[in-house]
Design a protein around this ligand. Structure first.
Ligand SMILES: Cc1ncc(COP(=O)(O)O)c(C=O)c1O
Length: 350
């Protein structure tokens, strides 16, 4: 018998969205990637870093990703000592659990949101509590003082797309005796952020990613903003060379090309709002989304049937078997042309 830790033996592991081998055969709207390429300046920065013979790759990258912390800090109004870079925001979510929740201690999040928090907690041997949403999208039955080690709020929520007012997020910060981690994976599409709460409340951490709004899911780039004491703790436990050289070059170029970034966001939001209106015209219920995706319910509330119909037409969307979500689908926002084809397919499927 292999002497696995019992919690690892017992856990199922996270199942990410389907990534087809032959991507070009599909309209891929299942993992909330950006439909536009990254800035041309990112491509140039990667090629420059690589050089003609790739000899830079012989050397380890910067262990601190110091330049990236400076650029991200400047962009969001924080000293670099308040910033840590990560190999995708998943890495920093993992390290937050490792830093704050010991075996047997509790973390919590709202369900539905990002179930990977639970997987990370299971690895750590921490306990997981989930809260539901109330009708008005507040955390139902949230205690006056939540005493678990971390409460994760995906803001705006995924997969539903709902945003939360800053005043409500601040109330949650006051009601958490442990850490409040605000997962702002999709905040750029909302155009709002709770970053100012990091300065006001010592227990608030904001996590961010370049995967979605900067079109860099394939480079694995994320970061967190928090008090320097929190950042120092996270620095102790991360892999020391957590970002490779090409990713570091890409990150600086992406964050510095704000014109390109803002134009991509504008186009995604425009398509999202148009698609929402069109879908409602087809009789679908669509939750107003702040992200680059929409959660939609077909008139017969049979999400699986519509998923299968789209799959047959080589359109990939996300269907969840979870009882709270089984009636609907999460559809990432693609280009206008991709969404027109999706609407046409949905019209055929009926
Ligand atoms: C809510 C949420 N948090 C975190 C992540 C992880 O993002 P990254 O690619 O930065 O690891 C995702 C990815 O889909 C997500 O949806």
């Amino acid at each position: 018998m292999i002497p696995l830790r019992p919690n690892i033996a017992a856990m199922a592991g996270y199942v990410p969205g389907f990534q087809p081998e032959d991507e070009s055969a599909y309209i891929k709207l299942n993992t909330n990637e950006n439909c536009y390429p990254p800035s041309p300046k990112v491509v140039k920065a990667i090629l420059d870093e690589l050089g003609t013979d790739g000899s830079s790759l012989r050397r380890y990258p910067s262990a601190s990703s110091g330049k990236l912390r400076e650029v991200a800090g400047r962009l969001y109004g924080f000293d670099p000592s308040w910033v840590i870079m990560a190999n995708g925001s998943d890495e920093v979510l993992n390290n937050l659990i490792r830093a704050f929740a010991s075996e047997g201690e509790e973390i919590a999040y709202v369900h539905p949101s990002y179930s990977y928090y639970a997987t990370l907690a299971e690895v750590q041997g921490a306990n997981v509590r989930t809260y539901r949403f109330s009708e008005d999208f507040r955390v139902a039955d949230f205690p006056e003082v939540y005493t678990g080690k971390i409460f994760f709020l995906t803001t705006p929520n995924a997969p539903l797309g709902v945003g939360f007012p800053l005043s409500y997020i601040e109330e949650l910060a006051r009601r958490c005796s442990g850490m409040l981690v605000l997962d702002e994976t999709y905040a750029d599409f909302a155009g709002t952020t709770a970053l100012e709460l990091v300065k006001k409340h010592e227990n608030v951490v904001v996590t961010r990613t370049l995967s979605k709004s900067y079109s860099l899911a394939g480079m694995r780039l994320g970061f967190a903003i928090a008090r320097p004491e929190v950042i120092s703790a996270l620095d102790k436990i991360r892999d020391h060379y957590n970002l490779d050289r090409l990713a570091q070059a890409a990150c600086v170029a992406a964050l510095e090309d704000q014109d390109y970034f803002l134009e991509c966001i504008r186009k995604v939001r425009e398509t999202r709002d148009w698609f929402t209106t069109e879908l409602r015209g087809l009789g679908y219920a669509v939750i107003e989304s702040k992200g680059n995706y929409v959660f939609v319910m077909p008139p017969d509330a049979d999400g699986r049937r519509v998923y299968d119909g789209l799959f047959q037409r080589k359109i990939l969307v996300r269907h969840f078997s979870d009882p709270l979500l089984v009636h609907g689908l999460r559809i990432s926002i693609g280009t206008r042309e991709e969404m027109e084809k999706t609407l046409e397919a949905l019209g055929e499927i009926g």
